[in-house]
Ligand binder design. Sequence first.
Ligand code: DAK
Length: 258
Amino acid sequence: MFDHQFIEVEVKEKIAHIRLNRPKVLNALNRKMIHEIVHTMEAMDRDDNVKVILLYGNGKAFAAGADIGEMAEDTAVNLEVLNQFADWDRLAQVKKPIIGAVHGFALGGGFELALVCDLLFAAEDVKFGFPEINLAVMPGAGGTQRLTKLMGKTKALEWLWSGEMMSAQEALQYRIINHTFPKEIVIDETIKYARKLAEMPSLSVRFIKEAVYKAVDYSLYEGMQYERKNFSLLFATEDQKEGMKAFLEKRRPNFKGQ
Ligand code: DAK
């Protein structure tokens, strides 16, 4: 267990658990907390003992957004020139799989943090939303972009303009989350999935993640060129030799992540 002020971090069985830990304010994200999340994600990305990163919240919520008390004092100059949220963008550079287990509220910056996760397993009680409009601001950490890429501009505008909260069922329908579970078992189910993923050949896991995100941003042709290079590169790994040899020898492969 590593010491942080606003998050708890634990590595168990190749899985890093990052728990948001400001339960009294529904894990409202202040700057120090964002800094801790980003730096921990990067440290876990470098740590050979970690194969999968899990992100979830202690208490009643995943995260009810950026800390409004802290944000209320912001000025355009602080935000733009000092670029105090710049850390946030580095989350998208993490190579290992990030799986979010969300419950309660995932609002504003909390929803944006959930949208950075590669997969989302959700409790049936979860409520997602972008209430920024009620504060006379707007999402600033990728919300307008990632939501639109997932659900298309027409539906995204409707949600962003209303500031209303969507249910787990709606989030499932819009392909925002992968699965829903009763609240009591969502973390256990997420861990179960993470364990399986942690046993997969990690370079394949990583290259598939990279290629899928290229599909979001690149044209089909460019994306396929990128995919082809990653495919070829995997033939330089020991795991590829082992995977194919094990198949031919009719035994289970023993992957080393190399
Ligand atoms: N900030 C600060 N405190 C918060 C908070 C927040 N976002 N959300 C909840 N709390 C605090 C409440 O003030 C309350 O504190 P006490 O009164 O007990 O001291 C405590 O948490 C429990 O909340 P409630 O009593 O309100 O609990 P309820 O169950 O009645 O209501 C709620 C739950 C989630 C509906 C309500 O708390 C709520 O509406 N919260 C605010 C939600 C919100 O508007 N979030 C969006 C904030 S704007 C960026 C990065 C990020 C962002 C922007 C830019 N860059 C990288 C540029 C993000 C912006 C936002 O997220």
